[in-house]
Design a binder for this molecule. Structure first.
Ligand SMILES: [Zn+2]
Length: 230
């Protein structure tokens, strides 16, 4: 098990999920819960909820025509596989079909999806938490991914900085992003009420987070960026 920390102050937690400052977390049906009800930042839910509700239809419909969803996940999973692996915004955990890991963690804000993950993928530890405030100690993971998540968040810079913090040196990450490329991207951004950014905008953010971009692939409105912690 990687070391869990209090997401608020990053202090180490006891085995019953208590922090020295008095914050207490819990497990629900084997799911580690660091949100305890509603996320404090209501922006997060407002931005992320439509994504979860609408993800399968739009992805299925829009990606299948150009590149298969599974092809993107396979490439991302293969690239960032590592002994300790974290998928941020994992949903039902589809990427774990393509990841090779000894200690596998899936993080999401939705209990509903984490229950599906737990039922179908027994080797993955389900964590309910916020991508912008991760409950893991520094340099815990040799691989990480965030597929179609970062662009939905109110503070992508903070999410990237957290991903970088929990990665080991030379740890690899894969990011799937909605980027400004064509009318489908415009349509999805309008639908999800997102500010549409270019791929180079995200590359700039990633590199300022202490990660190096090692590969890039544009598939219609989606970018797959491969990165490594320097
Ligand atoms: Zn605390």
């Amino acid at each position: 098990m990687v070391n869990l920390v209090c997401p608020q102050d990053k202090l180490p937690l006891t085995s019953d999920l208590k922090c020295p400052k008095g914050h207490v977390y819990r497990q629900i049906d084997g799911i580690y819960d660091f949100l305890l009800g509603e996320p404090k930042n209501s922006d997060v839910l407002e931005k992320v909820a439509p994504f979860y509700e609408g993800i399968y239809a739009p992805l299925g419909f829009l990606i299948t025509g150009r590149t298969r969803y599974s092809t993107i996940l396979r490439e991302a999973g293969f690239y960032s596989s590592g002994e300790e692996f974290l998928d941020i915004g994992t949903g039902p955990g589809k990427i774990f079909d393509y990841v090779s890991c000894q200690q596998c963690y899936g993080l999401d804000i939705s209990l509903r999806f984490l229950r599906i993950l737990k039922r179908n993928r027994k080797n993955v530890t389900p964590i309910r938490g916020d991508a912008m405030s991760l409950p893991f100690s520094d340099e815990s993971f040799s691989g990480a991914s965030a597929m179609f998540v970062i662009h939905m968040l109110s503070d992508p810079v903070q999410a990237l900085s957290e991903m970088s913090r929990v990665l080991k040196r030379k740890g690899r990450c894969s990011l799937g992003l909605l980027t400004k490329n064509g009318w489908v991207a415009n349509l999805l951004a309008k639908w999800w009420k997102l500010e549409l950014r270019s791929e180079s905008f995200y590359i700039g953010l990633i590199e300022r987070s202490g990660l190096k971009v090692t590969g890039e692939k544009q598939m219609g409105p989606w970018s797959l960026l491969k990165c490594e912690k320097t």
